[in-house]
Design a binder for this molecule. Structure first.
Ligand SMILES: C[S@@+](CC[C@H](N)C(=O)[O-])C[C@H]1O[C@@H](n2cnc3c(N)ncnc32)[C@H](O)[C@@H]1O
Length: 344
């Protein structure tokens, strides 16, 4: 066995990871443009050859072949005998006509975040948001001023949250409780999944009044209108609806420290003795060295909001204890998401 010295090739540190990450936006934008041009929705109808697909998608022939073959090489399409088709994953998750579609998040990433992240260095130097909030506008008011953007954002939230939502619906000890409210519910996927898995529960989705129609359509399409109601209001100016369990998914990370603490206190006031508060986000590991997605989500909050940031389980437990919750725990859900539970 030989020992590598500073001059032998084995001793040279790897470059691949640096280059792959540095140019990762190429792959990202290929996938986002494929969602935008509806490649996967088109191919869900059946395999197509290059000229047919180029024509149907409205692409210029110069880049079409490289674009589609890049999708093959990246593992998002397969090509057999010159015909392109979806993989099992892209056929399931990126065909707009399937209920399992999660492209809403990628549509939003393409229309908004891709551009805003171009300002990351500026955000790091100034501490200022680079999104619609850059002009001092309220992030949600600006998003919601345009009904198409409102719907895109709310559907995107369903896409990003579905895995955690089904996990909370299945794993939380719901049998102990009768009522649940999801605060900042968006389209309502969390409360819908909880209600579907727990027929004994009466449920509320709480959000800004503009969200009502999108929420109610979604609840109705799941056959839950009798048991899941919308409650319009602002969690800054209104009390939260009373319930045995209050949930907040991807809410605390939007706001600054004082606002976070205020929301935790409002949740404490809204639940009865023995009631529960369930917070979930891409909770950062306490050592802040492993959950890269959670850490970059926090940078996303820097880009998107005036004061938002993501946090560790220990941070959240601290705010819960300060509000008065007597028992707390952190439980991993799926992927980068964990929930923090406080019992009053
Ligand atoms: C990042 S989304 C999270 C949506 C959903 N809980 C999820 O995890 O998919 C934040 C939600 O908070 C809502 N929201 C923002 N400001 C609010 C306010 N002042 N009062 C009530 N809801 C608000 C937004 O409308 C949006 O639905």
């Amino acid at each position: 066995m030989t020992t590598a010295t500073a001059n032998t090739p084995e001793a040279v540190p790897g470059l691949d990871h640096i280059m792959q990450t540095g140019l990762a936006f190429w792959a990202s934008k290929v996938l986002l443009s494929a969602v935008e041009t509806e490649v996967f929705t088109e191919l869900a109808k059946g395999p197509e050859d290059l000229p047919t697909l180029t024509g149907r998608l409205g692409l210029h022939p110069r880049g079409a072949r490289d674009f589609l073959d890049s999708l093959v090489a990246l593992g998002f399409l397969v090509r057999e005998d010159g015909n392109y088709s979806n993989t099992p994953s892209t056929g399931l998750y990126l065909d707009k006509h399937k209920p399992s579609y999660v492209g809403g998040l990628l549509e939003m990433a393409n229309h908004r975040l891709y551009r805003f992240w171009g300002g990351l260095t500026t955000a790091l130097r100034t501490g200022l948001a680079q999104s619609e909030a850059a002009q001092g506008n309220d992030t949600f008011a600006t998003l919601y001023a345009d009904p198409a953007r409102l719907k895109e954002f709310l559907r995107a939230m369903t896409g990003v949250s579905r895995g955690a939502n089904t996990s909370i619906a299945a794993r939380f000890p719901w049998a102990k409780y009768k009522t649940a409210a999801d605060v900042g519910t968006a389209q309502g996927d969390l409360i819908v999944q909880v209600a579907l898995a727990n027929p004994h529960l009466s449920c509320i989705g709480f959000d800004l009044a503009e969200v009502a129609a999108v929420f109610e359509d979604y609840v109705e399409s799941n056959g839950l209108s009798a048991r899941v109601k919308f409650h319009g209001g602002s969690f800054f100016t209104d009390p939260l609806p009373k319930a045995d369990v209050i949930m907040m998914g991807h809410i605390l990370h939007d706001w600054n420290l004082d606002e976070k603490r205020m929301l935790v206190r409002k949740a404490y006031d809204a639940v009865p003795e023995g009631g529960a508060f369930v917070v979930y986000d891409s909770i950062i590991d306490d050592d802040r060295s492993k959950n890269a997605f959670g850490l970059m989500m926090s940078l996303n909050m820097l880009i998107e909001t005036p004061g938002g940031f993501d946090y560790t389980g220990a941070d959240c437990i601290g705010w819960m204890k300060e509000a008065g919750f007597r028992e707390t725990r952190v439980e991993h859900l799926v992927g980068p998401d964990s929930m923090v539970v406080g019992i009053k």
